[in-house]
Design a protein around this ligand. Structure first.
Ligand code: HBI
Ligand code: FE
Length: 298
């Protein structure tokens, strides 16, 4: 086995929207044998570090699913091994991809209970931060909750909503993307022992795992679908606001109404800046705003 790092296949391109990844839609084999020792070491380092940080911080469902899916620090998991366990539990399948997919392709996979997992892992010098999703974020961050039946159904409902929203224009898609961001990527959940993390963007980041629960800077606000759909977000800093669900059922139930009506209702309303609170918010913690940068984002 080669000791050089796996070549990164995700290209970027300068466009009028800035420097953006070139989307590739292909479903690819994991080709497990080509992972280098460096790749396995990167997985091991991240896995061990996050397992420690997440004790008492991640929700029970996430930690238990790591066991249930037999993920461990030793080796990068084989997708085929994960799939045998995942399919038996909730009927979800993971498929290998090169990176970010065009939205409609992504939604279509979710609607069919397929979760795209980036096959390559970050380089050793990217342990603490990488802008785009890699194998660690996708597999360690996202896949465990697909082992939970209620969350698994939410993800499928989200995908179906996405396929539908795609025909409804940019604003509807933006509403839906914000929902994904503040739940699947950066959601917090109540538990008997206190707030816990379930969002994959947090779970795969040491810094944000601590920040989201322990810092006084961010707002922590009770889940509210329409409120979230109006809330801008930043992809390059810790979140200014986290939304807290009571349980995964609340998340799934929120996807029952016809979103078409909701998009229409939200269309004339202004977007809410990421750090702002508004009348009607159920504020669990009002952020001090310490260290916040200027507004911006989507
Ligand atoms: N593609 N592979 C992959 N993973 C994602 O999380 C992803 C994507 N394409 C689009 C996308 N996310 C976002 O638009 C979400 O808001 C849906
Ligand atoms: Fe993600």
């Amino acid at each position: 086995m080669s000791s050089t790092a796996t070549p990164r296949r995700v290209e970027h391109q300068q466009t009028d929207k800035g420097y953006v990844p070139v989307y590739t839609t292909a479903v690819v084999e994991q080709d497990w044998d080509q992972y280098s020792e460096d790749d396995h070491r990167t997985w091991a380092t991240l896995f061990q570090r996050q397992l420690q940080v997440l004790q008492g911080r991640a929700c029970r469902e996430h930690l238990e699913a790591l066991d249930g899916l037999q993920m461990s620090a030793g080796r990068i998991p084989r997708f085929s091994d994960i799939n045998a366990l995942l399919q038996a539990a909730t009927g979800w399948t993971i498929i290998g991809v090169e990176g970010l997919l065009p939205e409609l392709d992504f939604f279509d996979h979710l609607a069919n209970r397929r979760f795209p997992v980036t096959w390559w892992i970050r380089r050793p010098d990217q342990i603490d931060y990488i802008a785009e999703p890699d194998l660690f974020h996708d597999l360690f961050g996202h896949v465990p909750l697909l082992f939970n039946p209620v969350f698994a159904d939410y993800m499928q409902a989200y995908g179906r909503g996405g396929v539908k929203a795609h025909g409804l224009g940019e604003a509807a898609l933006q509403n839906l993307t914000r929902l994904y961001w503040y739940t699947v990527e950066f959601g917090l959940i109540r538990s008997a022992e206190g707030l816990r993390i379930y969002g994959a963007g947090i779970v795969s980041s040491k810094g944000e795992s601590i920040h989201c629960l322990e810092s006084d800077a961010p707002n922590r606000i009770g889940f509210d679908l329409k409120r979230i759909m109006r809330t801008r977000y930043r992809i390059d800093t810790f979140q200014k606001t986290y939304f807290v669900i009571d349980d995964f059922q609340q998340l799934f139930d929120a996807t029952r109404p016809d979103f078409t009506q909701i998009y229409a209702e939200l269309a004339p309303m202004p977007a809410i800046p990421a750090g702002e609170t508004i009348d009607g918010d159920r504020i669990l913690h009002r952020g001090t705003g310490e260290g916040w940068l200027d507004e911006g984002g989507d």
